[in-house]
Each structure stands twice: as C-alpha cells, then as structure tokens.
Design a protein around this ligand. Structure first.
Ligand SMILES: Cc1ncc(COP(=O)(O)O)c(C=O)c1O
Length: 374
C-alpha cells in the first residue's frame, strides 16, 4: 500500500466530529425525557421529514426494509400477489416483498440510468400485479412519470424505494413525494443516516398513514386494544433525535456530494470509464458515485492496493441470488442488470471527502489504465 491515509468509500466519523456538541445535546434531551419510544422527538422528526419531502405524513419505522414491508402490508398485499421491481437493487427491496408472502417479479433496467425501465415493467404486468416498486438507485430517481402512466392504466399503486434518495429530485419533486408511498432508510451510510437502524414511510394519503401508525405499533388503537394485527417496528426516539439534528444539514451535504461528482465528471474522461448520465430535470443526491469500468475487478484491486476503498453495488442481481432460485429465473433473463453487475464500481463519495482525495482517486484510475496525468 503506497498511501498511509486510506481514502474510504464512505467515512462517517468526520461528520460526527463536526456535529458532536449538537448530537450530544439532542441525545441528552431524550435521555432526560424518560420517553424513549413513540415520544416527542419521533413526532417532531416525522413532521420535519414530511415537510422536507413535501408530503402530508411520515411514519417512522425501524428500518428501510420494514418501511417497504409495511408499505405492502398496508395495502393487504400477500400470498398470491405479485410485486414488480428491479433485479438491480439492494437485497432488502426484494426481501421486503418476500416477507409479505407475495412474489417479486422483475423488470430489467435502463442501461443509461440503472433505474427500472418502464417498457420492461409493461411487459411483466399481470392480473396479479398489486404494486410496482421503482428503486431510486444510487440516488437517481426512476422515471416516475413513465411508470405512473403504465400503473395508472391498471390502477396499480407505486411505492418508491427511496432508501438511497434523501433529497433527490425529478422535475422539482423530491423522492418519496410522487408514489402512493415513499420508503426511506436511515442506515448510517445513507445521506441522512442514524446511529443504528431506522426507516420511514412518506405518504399524502390520510387513511394509509393512519393504518401505518397502527401497523408499526402492534395494530393497537389504544393500549392493549387492537383493531388490526400489526408488528413492532418503531423508529426509536434516540435515533429520531439524531436525525432531527442532522436534517437541517442534508441539503448542504448533498450539494457537496454534487461538487465532488462534478470533479469526477470533468476529469474521468477516458474511454475505459463510462459515467452514467443524469437525465435533464433530475438531481441525484449522489448517495454513491458509480461508474462502469473496463477490467473492473482489476481496477478495484489496484485502487485497494493504493489505499483507496471502492465497492461494487451490486455484484449479483436479485434474479440470480441463490435465495431466489425458487422464482425460476435464469442467467440471461435481465441482460442490462447482469451487465451492470459485472461492470459497475463505486468510488469514494461522502460530503467530507476533500478535493485532494478526489484527485488522488482520479490519478490512481489514470495510473491503472496507463495514462500519465501528473
Ligand atoms: C435500495 C434499498 N432499499 C432498501 C434498503 C433497506 O434499508 P435498511 O437497511 O434500512 O433496512 C436499502 C438499504 O440498505 C437500500 O439501499
């Protein structure tokens, strides 16, 4: 390893260092309140996040996976139903569907954006399709208008998997504000991250919000009284307090990510690298910065041996995961997703990354392909 200071794919402690007094103050107020579950901080965070996204309601839950699960449960989706999503996503998008008893049905992605291709959705809709879950992958929103056109013909609800898309926009609309529901994760590495697990569902639909509030809390309408059967998936007040303290910084952090992306865009202009294009009218929050690279695995090794951490999201598409063999898909079924899995690599990206570090990453990539940049 040449460099002493490793450049991480995502460093979380630099942000904590700058915010520590505020975080401690927020945590202290929860600790002293004596109310740690379904307390004031959760309510305040839900209101602030709904306001940020531009929806009427937000329901805090324990993880992004459970946000997706509850968004299906609230629609009574279960055994015998089909839910369409992308195979090019994080495992939990798919496991949330499976948790309900429904069957995930995959549709291939668009090669330029990595998001689900509306045309592929149209091909796999059936009478059993009960929901469509587009994933705003890497922080770039899916083509919600084209998906809505397809879904509306059949009145199929759309649930946005916005786990990676805090603050992302499409035509001035924020992720989580377009579908019937939007599902967020606050896993620590997310653009708005907790210090543990957390998730949330946004919606403009009052009835759905009311049912979600019940479902996340055993289905209880009042203590020890249930109208429907629910589970325990609540966003803890301590995590809500952390998220509430961090939310005012989200736009600033996303802006810095966009600046970093701009440096990558301007300098990574070699033919061995392909950088995905952000379509007109869209704003990515650059949750991760992903490129397609020739000799991807060799480049990955080269970066690692130079102290630069990269990562591959996602090396195996959902239809080829062993756990999903029972769905009956084969290699070759979703060629665009398979090609992406073989060629993508995520470079260091987090708001506290310095320009100098970004340039070190770029130089190392040039070095690997035999260009002399310095
Ligand atoms: C696209 C996507 N969907 C769902 C999830 C699930 O979120 P969580 O890890 O909070 O359960 C994640 C996070 O890993 C994700 O990236």
């Amino acid at each position: 390893m040449k460099s002493q200071n490793k450049i991480e794919r995502c460093n979380l402690t630099r942000q904590v260092d700058t915010l520590l007094p505020e975080l401690i103050e927020a945590a202290t107020s929860v600790l002293k309140s004596g109310k740690y579950v379904l307390g004031e901080k959760l309510k305040a965070f839900e209101e602030s996040f709904a306001n940020y996204v531009g929806t009427k309601y937000a329901v805090g839950v324990a993880s992004g996976t459970e946000a997706l699960y509850l968004s299906l449960r609230v629609l009574d989706i279960g055994i015998g139903d089909e839910v369409i999503t992308t195979p090019f996503t994080a495992v939990p998008t798919i496991s949330a569907i499976i948790m309900t008893g429904a069957r995930p049905v995959f549709a291939d992605i668009d090669p330029t954006t990595f998001t689900i291709a509306p045309k592929s959705i149209a091909k796999v809709i059936s009478n059993n399709t009960k929901a469509i879950i587009p994933v705003h992958i890497y922080g770039l929103m899916a083509d919600m208008d084209a998906i809505a056109d397809i879904a509306e013909q059949r009145t199929i609800p759309i649930i946005e998997d916005a786990a990676q898309a805090h603050g992302s926009q499409s035509h001035e609309r924020r992720a989580g504000s377009i579908g019937l529901m939007g599902c967020f994760s606050f896993y620590p590495t997310k653009n708005l991250g907790a210090f543990g697990d957390g998730g949330l569902i946004t919606t403009n639909n009052k009835k759905i919000a009311e049912k979600l509030f019940l479902l996340r809390n055993y289905g209880q309408t009042s203590p020890y009284t249930t109208k429907i059967n629910g589970i325990n998936t609540r966003l803890d007040d301590l995590q809500a307090a952390m998220l509430l303290a961090k939310l005012p910084y989200l736009d600033k952090w996303n802006k810095r990510r966009q600046e970093i992306a701009e440096i990558y865009y301007q300098k990574l202009t070699i033919p061995e690298i392909e950088i995905p294009i952000i379509p007109k009218g869209y704003k990515s929050n650059y949750h991760v910065f992903v490129i397609r690279a020739k000799q991807r695995d060799e480049l990955w090794n080269h970066l690692e041996s130079n102290g630069i951490q990269a990562n591959v999201y996602y090396p195996i598409p959902g239809h080829l995961q062993e756990s999903n063999n029972y769905l009956g898909y084969n290699k070759g079924d979703f060629l665009v997703a398979e090609e992406a899995s073989n060629s993508v690599i995520a470079l260091p990206m987090f708001p506290e990354l310095s320009n100098e570090e970004v340039n070190t990453v770029i130089n190392s990539i040039y070095e690997f392909y035999g260009y002399n940049l310095k």
